[in-house]
Ligand binder design. Structure first.
Ligand SMILES: NC(=O)C1=CN([C@@H]2O[C@H](COP(=O)(O)OP(=O)(O)OC[C@H]3O[C@@H](n4cnc5c(N)ncnc54)[C@H](O)[C@@H]3O)[C@@H](O)[C@H]2O)[C@H](O)CC1
Ligand SMILES: [K+]
Length: 223
């Protein structure tokens, strides 16, 4: 099994997008559908999607859009400054705004209290806060939200990486989302594989990153 650290994964993503011209939006969409296929829509109907403002969050918003497309009940919780959001995040947020009434920008203590209250009513929580972009300890409102998510007994899915885990070292950068399932994109991350508690609940999904991107970055194979 190929194992990559976050630097290598980000280099592969970048090669696919910038050299092989794979649209980033396509990768985000494929990531969202890769998670959707692991959700039993006959069993789960009321979702909380918790997003950061990077592309992990974009994956989460694309998943929210696909659930809303099926008239599922979705609440979206946004952490961070949307002004700093990625293009793929912004495009998916625009569509979610047309489909979803329940979009919450979590910034204050009152917002956190409301979130904690509302999470008791959903039956599946999606963690799309941080992926391979996590680059420092999780603190402040992010840490509080991870704790809120971990304290509510609901089925949880983490997109790509359980938020709080360093995808390269496997180090907990603060409290880590204690998800029931981790759907990691394209390649197994070293930080997951080296921690049995995460490895045993992680599935790998192909999101259409060309093998040529992987071979070029990992083995230097170029035409
Ligand atoms: N890159 C691609 O083509 C694809 C990526 N996918 C998904 O995107 C994430 C990586 O996205 P990125 O925007 O680089 O970073 P994150 O979304 O993981 O992080 C968001 C943002 O958060 C900031 N940040 C980092 N650490 C902290 C912290 N401790 N506290 C607060 N904020 C923090 C930092 O600025 C980051 O930029 C990848 O995991 C995939 O889920 C697609 O799946 C496929 C295409
Ligand atoms: K995540």
């Amino acid at each position: 099994m190929i194992l990559v650290d976050k630097e290598k994964m980000r280099a592969i993503d970048s090669y696919a997008i910038n050299v092989l011209k794979v649209p980033a939006l396509s990768l985000v969409e494929r990531a969202s559908l890769a998670v959707l296929k692991h959700i039993n829509l006959n069993k789960f109907g009321y979702f909380a999607i918790v997003v950061g403002v990077g592309n992990n969050g974009a994956d989460g918003l694309a998943l929210a859009r696909n659930l809303l497309a099926r008239y599922k009940d979705v609440e979206i919780y946004i952490l961070g400054d949307v002004e700093k959001a990625s293009e793929e995040f912004r495009l998916n947020l625009e569509s979610c705004q047309m489909l979803c009434e329940e979009i919450f920008y979590v910034q204050s203590i009152e917002d956190l209290e409301e979130m904690e209250r509302r999470l008791n009513n959903v039956n599946l929580i999606v963690d799309a806060i941080f992926g391979t972009g996590l680059n420092r300890p999780v603190t402040g409102i992010y840490a509080t939200v991870v704790s809120i998510i971990n304290n509510v007994m609901k089925y949880k899915i983490s997109i790509d990486i359980p938020s709080g885990l360093d995808a390269s070292t496997g180090q907990d950068l603060g409290e880590v989302v204690d998800s029931d399932l981790i759907v990691t994109m394209q390649l197994m991350k070293k930080g997951i594989y080296e921690r049995e508690i995460y490895k045993k609940k992680c599935v790998i999904e192909d999101i259409g990153i060309p093998q040529k991107a992987i071979d070029s970055v990992l083995y230097g194979l170029v035409d």
